[in-house]
Structure formats: C-alpha cells, structure tokens
Ligand binder design. Sequence first.
Ligand code: ADP
Ligand code: MG
Length: 647
Amino acid sequence: MSLLHIHDPTAAPPIGIDLGTTHSIVAWVTPTGAPVAIRDCDGQALVPSVVAYLDDGSVLVGERAAALAVERPQDTIVSVKRLMGRGADDPEVRRAGTYRLAATEGPVVRLRVAPDRVVTPVEVSAEILRALRQRAVEELGAIGPAVVTVPAYFDEAQRQATKDAARLAGLDLLRLLHEPTAAALAYGLQHRVEGRFVVYDLGGGTFDVTVLELDDGIFTVRATGGDTHLGGDDMDRILGERLRALEPRLASDEPAVCRARLVAARRIKHALSDATEVQADIELPGGHRCTVHVRRDAFEADVEPLVARTLEATRRALSDAGLGPADIDGVILVGGATRTPIVRARVEALFGRPALADIDPDLVVAMGAAVQADLLAGGAREREDVLLLDVLPLSLGIETMGGLVERILPRNTTIPAAASQLFTTYADNQTGFELHVVQGERERAADCRSLARFTLRGIPPMPAGMARLEVRFEVDADGLLHVTAREQRTGIEQRVEVSPSYGLAEEEIERMLLDAYEHAERDVQVRRLEERRVEAARLLAAAGKALADDPGLLEPGEAELIEAAMTQLRQASEGNDPEAIARAMARLDEVSRPFATRRMDARIAAALRGRDVAAVERETASARGLEGHAAEGDGSEALLTGEQVRP
Ligand code: ADP
Ligand code: MG
C-alpha cells in the first residue's frame, strides 16, 4: 500500500477518532502512509474523556477537566460513553456517576450542570469530539472527513447518538467503525487473504472481546462478548485494598485518603508493568508521606480472578462463533490495561501463540480509524478495496397477530443488509396496519425490545387477506435501521427510521440473548400455540360469516354440524394444546368443505351472469377464507392487526 500511496497535498487529510470511555484519541495517516496519533504540546496523545462545566459558562475537556473531577463531581462528567443512547430509566444511567439527572421530558437522559445548564450525553460527547477536532486542526491546518469508532455491541440508538455527537461537533462523518475492526486495520490484517482474529480490549472500565473473520478482504464480526464493568480501574481498587493492609495510614475511609490510595495504586500498577517490584513514595493528606513496597507476583495473585473472568468471556465469545482457541490466526491486544504482563501472558497461554501487541494498545483503535478514513476518503488516491462489514447484535423483526415476532433480519446478519417480507390483513375492511418494530431473540414481542411503532393508514377497505403489505428492513453501514411499509395494491407507503428514543444497556443485549436461550424451547411452544390460535380465530370468523351470508346454500343438518365443529374449535383454542387446535381446525374444514364449494360455485355463477367483477372477487375471497386455510401454511405471509372500518 505505501508505495502506491500518493497523497493529494491539497486535500485536507481525513482523521480517525477513538471516542473511548476513559480516553479519546485522534489520529491521521501521514503522507508516507503511516497512521499516527496526534499529540498535544506535552506529547500526550490520550485525551481523558472528561468534560467539566464551569460557573462562568465555559467548558473544559480532557486533562484540565479531569483535574476538577474531585472538586466538582456534579459538573464534571466522566464516562459519558456509558450514557450514550440510553433512557433516563436505564439501569446503567441510575448506576453510573456522580452527576445530577435533570427532570426529563421524553426518554433522553439529561444532566444538570453549572451554571444552571441542562446537557445531554450527545452534547457532552460532542465537546470531547470538538476538542479532538481542534487538536487535529492545530496540527494539520485543515481536516477532511472523519471516521469515529464505536464498540461492536453498540445498538442503533447508541450509534445514532454517536453520529449526532459527531455532527454537533462539526465533523464530516464518513462512517462509524467497530473498535475491534479498527484494531485489525491498524495491524494491516486486511492484507492477508483470510483469517480469524480475536481482539481482546481491556480498557479502564470495560472489557470487550470480539471474534473477527477476514475473507476476501472483508471483515465480519463473528461474535462479541465481554463485561461492561471490568477493567484496569478494578485493578486499581484491588491494589488499593492491598495498600490499605500494608500501611495503616492508608487504611482510612476518609475521601482524601481514598483518593490518595487510588492514585498511588494506579501509579504502582503502571510501574509494575515494567518492574517486578516497586517502592513507592505516597503523599498523604496533610503533607504526610509514607512508603510502600509491592511485588509484582503479589499484585498478580490479587488480580488473577479478574483476569480469569476476561478469559472466561473470551472462551464464551469463541464458542459463540463456533471456534476454539486453536482456530484463531491472530490475537490483538487493545486497551491500556493489556500492558499488565499477567494479562498478556494469560491471553497468550489461552491461544498458545504470541499476541499482536507492538502497536501501542492505547492508540491502536484510533490509528485503525485513521487508516479507514484514509481509505474511504482516498478519492483520487490509490487505495485498496477494504470492505468492512459488521453484524447485527440482535435480531430485528415486527410484531404479528397473537403478539408473535416475525424476524426480518436475524441476529449476526452482516450489515449493511436488507430484507423484506409480505404481510396481509387479519380482519375484513382493515384500513390501517399497525407496525411494531422490535429487537431481540424471543418469540413474543412483549419479551423483546420495542424500537418503534407506526401505522400505515389510508388503505381502502378490503376483505381479510387481500391487502399485500411489504415490509422492508434496511440496516445501513452505520447500523441504523430504516423500515419501509408498502401496500402493494394501492402503492401506499410509509418510511420510518428507528430513532434513538432510548438506549439499550450492553448487559441488556447479553441478558436478552441468555433469556432467549433459556426460553427457546418454551418459546417455540408458545409460538406454535399462538399461531394456531390466530389461524383458528380466522377460520371461526370466516365460518360464522359464511353461515350468516348464505344460509340458503346449507343442506339440512349441515349448519348444526358446522356449528358443532366451531364450538369444538373454540374450546380447543382456549386450551393450551396446539395439536388439539389443529385437529379441531381440520375437522371444521372437513365438515364445511361441501358448503364452501357450493358458495364458490354460486359466486362464479353470479359472475357469469355479468355482475360487478370487483364485488365478485371480494366475495370469492371471503368464501376462500373458509375453504382455503389449509393452503395458507406457506409461511410467506403473516397477519397484522390494524384499524378497521365497519362496512
Ligand atoms: P478506554 O478504552 O476505556 O478509554 P484505555 O484503553 O485508555 O481505556 O485504558 C485505560 C486503563 O489502562 C486504565 O485502567 C489504566 O490504568 C490502564 N493502563 C494504562 N497504562 C498502563 C500500564 N502501563 N500498565 C497497566 N495498566 C495501564
Ligand atoms: Mg478503548
């Protein structure tokens, strides 16, 4: 790539941004083709992801904001990434932070900060992005478009929030990119023909593990896993407990002592990444000092359980991808906490191979984002075709009759993706379709996450089953979902974009998946039962209507026979045995078939007498409702509830 890589010197260089929970970084690709992080005048590439709001209305970002975190906890927002795309009632929002939540209208989280301001997580993130943008402009003069990274498990709402923040910060966003995919790009893995890679990312407060597959220059996320509350900060706390035991003056629970202990712990932890023992001089509140001595092996014994948890999650992600450690062609270490030697040693032991770790684990994601931005914005420049594909973390579908979910795009579908499905009406003269878009793996809509509801109106009254509603789901490269509903006979159409009304906790995805596994068997039964009930109700309605419409076509005793079969079916529908419902439907179908045939004949005879064709079609269709249910099992149609007009 480098040889062919000719920069147009007049074009402003594109940039890549790692918008991290603890730190954020901006990088670019130099004219020689090398990705590099942009540093401040002190040589610092890492910008703490901290925003402080001051009484005079000014805003600080980064190191200067972080310095205020203790003094002004409520006006200094840390780890805002955890709040992105989330609702005020989200457990993650209630769990995290020292901030003040403002009373909210609507589902978006708002924070109250000085001086009497209310800000959203999108606005706070935009401040961080703006600072990074500023840093890049100072270094490069002008900047081109940007690629911003997000975790592989981010859902639509979280991705949309990140896009909004980028726009608010004045960035020309090329696209969002998965953090693990960015790391793989920084290592140039796209140049290989194929392979399976694991990205192990242990940051300050989060652990993410991703299985990537490269095939024909295309990266696909095969599985993701991790722990959203596990990281280097936990090591600080664990080491802090050791310091407490070592030095009585560090044992107090006074806030100032706690802070001193944690600061010391982090410093010692970092030092232990290079040295096997550390003698640390610690400053205590009130100008006192003390000295502690910590050996690496003692620290390693303390954090061993934490490391074991990350390996556990790694094995789980591998098995989700249907792979074992031996199937992996490369392991990338990402995140500052992977500098801890025991972490690296354990990961390498698990995979039985050295890890890719020679790019700075703090910077590798931003550098990969820069590579991607450079490739995408390359324009006239020579570039390779690296297509980057990600997958949906959870299935997307819509609710159908009986509260069941019809999955349109299954989980782990590679994005961008599109799929459509046909639906029809459940009741006669339904003039609207109610569409309920849901996300999740469960069979019932009520057990899934609701993403959007909308109604397609204005459909002329038709008998049940006549309307042809095509519902199309498109997920774009940024993971945003566009839903189009179109009634094919009338061409009436409506589009919605799933907006980030509220977010989904990362644990939530995990919980939803576990839930689905746990309930899989029961869900299948529930689904079968509900489907049968819906079919039964439809058949009963059609039979009742036929009896009322054409009493003249009944043979003596036939009505009683049909009614008895209907009663049986009604009773079966109230029970919980799907097979019993199926048997009762077959019985009703059987006893009513001669009557249905006579009705059909009568309609055709009427048509031949020159009656209005549309009316005939309509009536024949409703006659078919009684006769034709056995042929309906083609699975391509599901029924939707909706608005109905009385004829
Ligand atoms: P995030 O992706 O969450 O923003 P980072 O990748 O910046 O987080 O990782 C931050 C964590 O890395 C912190 O817990 C920090 O203490 C830890 N860390 C940084 N340098 C070292 C080091 N030399 N040894 C051990 N841990 C380190
Ligand atoms: Mg990170």
